[in-house]
Design a protein around this ligand. Structure first.
Ligand SMILES: Cc1ncc(COP(=O)(O)O)c(C=O)c1O
Length: 458
């Protein structure tokens, strides 16, 4: 490393900032960013975070109303989490779970997860992120059937509009074509049914029909997020998950709950499936497991499924070098303690209710066409008024609102004309008033802006 590319903690001078920004534009490949049309001026480079907020390289503070990527559940700047990580790294730079080795943090985290996940689950497999967690769950489902002499049961049914990650298995389970384009062929054996939107009253029945279409002796698992985010925070009807559980059990199909976003309090329960009293066969956790402080995923395995997997002769041939790194597991343990000590799951429930009731008037006032939320996962569909229909052809109303709220110092995330809000679970009513006030102001301004100037940067 030369002195010119070193990142010094005290580096705040103008020349340093320019160097960092130029290096990013010159060398970093950004996910979910239009690489051909990158606007260097739109680059948001953050350098620190505290509580609900992050600060960019120019010293500008933003209220992070999406908690990073729906993951910074306990908020930014937790010194005790940083200390736990530093202590582990000083003590043991690396420790693995391969070939029968272990570390105390990995063992204690697995034991802690066994106490809090829904269902009868004593065993946990550690990886690095939600994508590999879902790949692990998909592989476990196929191997479970294989070991029961049902090797034809390999098909995985997902849902249109769901996101499960960027690795090949998770990408194939993802039900959004833009994630597949140019990356094919996908992993064989994946198909998709509809989301349980208000328009799809038969969404659970569709699972049964799809199993029958494929043949029950061919289907390994159904994978879904309890509440799907990218298609606009689809909160299912009350009987959906119970029906899904019953259909999976009846056809000997494993139920994989992707709780990567919904886990660890986001919806006002520790895990979202608790809202409906449903227990999955495999549960995938990441994001809120460490509140994003370090990368980690965990897959919980139902005891009966584990009995089958563990009865096989020979080693379990699946793993990730850094999966269950001791520093990441120690951070997860402290993170779970904080969620419990500070009552953050209950806070997500009460402030979540307040968020929903604060957003709903946007519909009455003609600014939004629909609002949905469960705990601190909310989405607002912005109405396209007849006179505005063609105005946002090059972008979306949602992007315009995301962009203008950022100018007001608030970070939200747009999916088409829908804008998502998912703040850290430490959020207060005062923050909600601030976020919704900005959204209302901006939505009004975007509606009134002359057509020629209505555009937003990527
Ligand atoms: C529901 C869900 N599953 C899986 C993933 C993939 O997780 P990761 O980005 O950690 O691989 C995400 C990421 O946003 C997600 O939202």
């Amino acid at each position: 490393m030369t002195s010119s590319n070193r990142v010094l903690p005290a580096a705040t001078g103008r020349a340093d900032k320019d160097r960092f920004l130029e290096a990013d534009v010159a060398h970093v490949v950004h996910p979910l960013t239009t690489l051909a049309a990158r606007d260097p001026a739109a680059l948001l480079m953050v350098t620190k975070g505290q509580g609900m907020s992050v600060t960019d390289i120019h010293g500008r503070e933003y209220l992070d109303a999406c908690a990073g990527l729906w993951n910074v559940n306990v908020g930014y700047g937790r010194k005790d989490i940083a200390k736990v990580a530093a202590r582990e790294l000083e003590q043991l730079g690396f420790g693995m779970l391969y070939i029968g080795r272990s570390t105390p943090p990995a063992a204690m985290l697995a034991a802690r997860l066994a106490e809090i996940v829904p269902g009868r689950m004593q065993k946990f497999f550690f990886g690095l992120g939600g994508s590999d967690g879902n790949d692990t769950a998909i592989k476990l489902a196929r191997r479970y059937h294989y070991l029961r002499d049902k090797a034809t049961k390999t098909a995985i049914i997902g849902r249109t509009g769901s996101y499960h990650g960027s690795c090949y298995g998770a990408m194939s389970a993802t039900g959004e074509a833009s994630f597949w384009e140019g990356f094919g062929p996908l992993v064989p054996g994946f198909s998709h049914i509809d989301q349980p939107t208000r328009q799809a009253a038969d969404a659970a029945d569709q699972l049964e029909r799809e199993i029958l279409r494929l043949g029950p002796d061919r289907v390994a698992a159904f994978i879904a997020e309890p509440v799907s985010v990218p298609c606009g925070v689809v909160v299912p009807p009350p009987d959906y998950w119970g029906q899904i559980r019953e259909i999976c059990t009846r056809f000997d199909v494993l139920l994989i709950a992707d709780e990567v976003i919904t886990g660890f309090g986001r919806t006002g329960r520790m895990f979202a499936l608790e809202h409906w009293g449903v227990t999955p066969d495999l549960i995938v956790m990441a994001k809120g497991l460490t509140s994003g402080y370090l990368p980690l995923s965990a897959v919980g395995i139902d005891d009966d499924v584990y009995d089958v997997i563990s009865a096989a002769a020979g080693p379990f041939m699946h793993g990730f070098t850094a999966g269950g790194h001791p520093a990441c597991c120690a951070v997860a343990l402290r993170n779970i303690e904080i969620l419990e000590e500070e009552g953050l799951v209950a806070n997500a429930r009460t402030v979540g209710d307040y968020l929903l009731s604060s957003l709903s008037p946007l519909i009455d006032d003609g600014l939004a066409s629909d609002v949905r939320a469960l705990g601190l996962m909310a989405a607002v569909d912005f109405a396209r008024h007849p006179e505005n229909v063609s105005r946002f052809d090059d972008t979306s109303v949602g992007k315009a609102i995301e962009h203008k709220m950022r100018e007001e110092g608030i970070l939200v995330r747009a999916f088409g004309d829908t804008v998502a809000i998912a703040p850290p679970l430490i959020v207060t009513r005062r923050h909600v008033d601030h976020i919704v006030g900005s959204m209302r102001r901006v939505a009004t301004a975007v509606r009134n802006v002359p057509a020629a100037t209505a555009s937003a940067r990527n």
